[in-house]
Design a protein around this ligand. Sequence first.
Ligand code: N01
Length: 512
Amino acid sequence: MSRKVTDKAVANLPVRHVKTVIIGSGFAGLGLAIRLTQQGRNDFLVLERGSDVGGTWRDNTYPGAACDVPSHLYSYSFALNPDWSRSFSKQGEIQQYIQGVAKKYNVLDKHIFDCDVTSARWNSDTSQWEVESTKGSFTADTVVSAVGALCEPALPDIKGITGFEGAVFHSARWNHDADLTGKRVAVIGTGASAIQIVPSIAPMVAHLDVYQRTAPWLLPRMDRPYTRPERLAFKHIPGFQRLSRAAIYAARETQVVGLAKVPALMQAFELIAKAKLRYEVRDRELRAKVTPNFRIGCKRMLISNDYYPALSRDNVDVVTDGVAEVRKNSIVTRDGTEREIDALVVATGFHVTDSPAYNTITGKDGRTLSEVFDDLGQQGYKGSSIANFPNMFFLLGPNVGLGHTSMVYMIESQINYIADALATVDRLGLNTVEVRRDIQDAYNASLRSKLEGSVWNNGGCASWYLDKHGNNTTLWPDFTFEFRRLTKSFDVAAYETSSDNSRNNLKVVTAQ
Ligand code: N01
């Protein structure tokens, strides 16, 4: 991708003021950039630490990377793509789609790439954010964090791992220079990433050890290429693609009943998963090893048709004894067995509730987001704002995650809300907006009571959905259309506002 004119401009300016800074250009930040452009709100910049748009779809280039939500739903509602080659697209096709959308909607010139935001600090005297980055300093009236939850790889804290002499890398930072052909390889982890990596590399490696801590539940992957007539129909028959999208949405939304409201209903999924396990894993010993011990849905339900067959290969072993130590050329498990390897893939997930990025954002009382979350857990309001952080909005903030359908739907809901917030601030001539603590507390109390009955809280598993306090601060516990309704417009009455430069002059403004 070519460099943007804004890069040079910024390098020559000590401090640059923009009305709105958006941090991150995955589906979320890019979507907001497009919306602001469409509204003629051109005084914004997107600061992106990578050298391209795409976020997680730019970063996760591991073999087999693909989405587990069908593409006709996992795409922007304003940029449907009739040309998806198959029902569940692979990473490359999704990344191409995102790049194409960025180009089509003409927002690349608003981006500064390779621009890592190192800190954002609220200045109460100026009522502005002071943003430091590797491409210079900025001040902004409003900052929107769109960094996403699955962007900071979590490396396992295993004794000796830094002394490993072969290639070692995280699934989200795949080392394409490391040729695994004919090598002895270990994969640590059996989550959504690992179950795609394992079948992709198993045929090429000499031997593969899969280190499993918790066996995941697997459902069939109903994936297939689209035929040419289908693609022509998506393109030329008015409404056909929207209808198909709506059908996928509706089918997926029915899962909410079991996941969030009546976990006993998840037994139906468990029956399918158990039948699949029996059919695909003939070896009884292996089947016992990979049989999950928690209610399906408690962790993300995975879909794959080739994971179990890969585990059944002669050159693949599932190791469940627990990793005790990594040595120069081997892994030692807790039972004392040492297995030699040439390369190690850590597919151990992400810092979701403890992201290092939270240390870099400092709110009005001088506390960072990490410090605020340390006290309260990760709490916000409609996933979009957090008390103590005035004029800051979040895309993919607390409790907007999903396990069953498209995150793009949630992102677009939040874009509606935040774009309306920015318009409201202008319309009312507001200087600051900050969600009221009492409103945020009531909102979180309601979330907690909904989550109490969910499979995520009661399914007998540990998952990245729960924070260190054991609270589920990541998932949306209701139908997604309910979230769409809640975020339809900005509810200014839920916010403390000021309309001049004095932070002492806060007042509550009623909804317009
Ligand atoms: O990460 P994970 P992921 N020693 O956290 C294990 C999305 N996604 O990258 O279950 C040993 O799910 C850990 O074990 P346990 C999707 O939302 C989507 O796979 O905690 N093992 C687990 O098995 C997904 O949920 C897609 O006991 C250790 C694994 O590592 C999210 O990203 C594809 C360990 C981590 O699994 C994250 O998925 C990929 C240790 N010290 C990702 N630490 C699609 O759309 C962790 N583990 C298809």
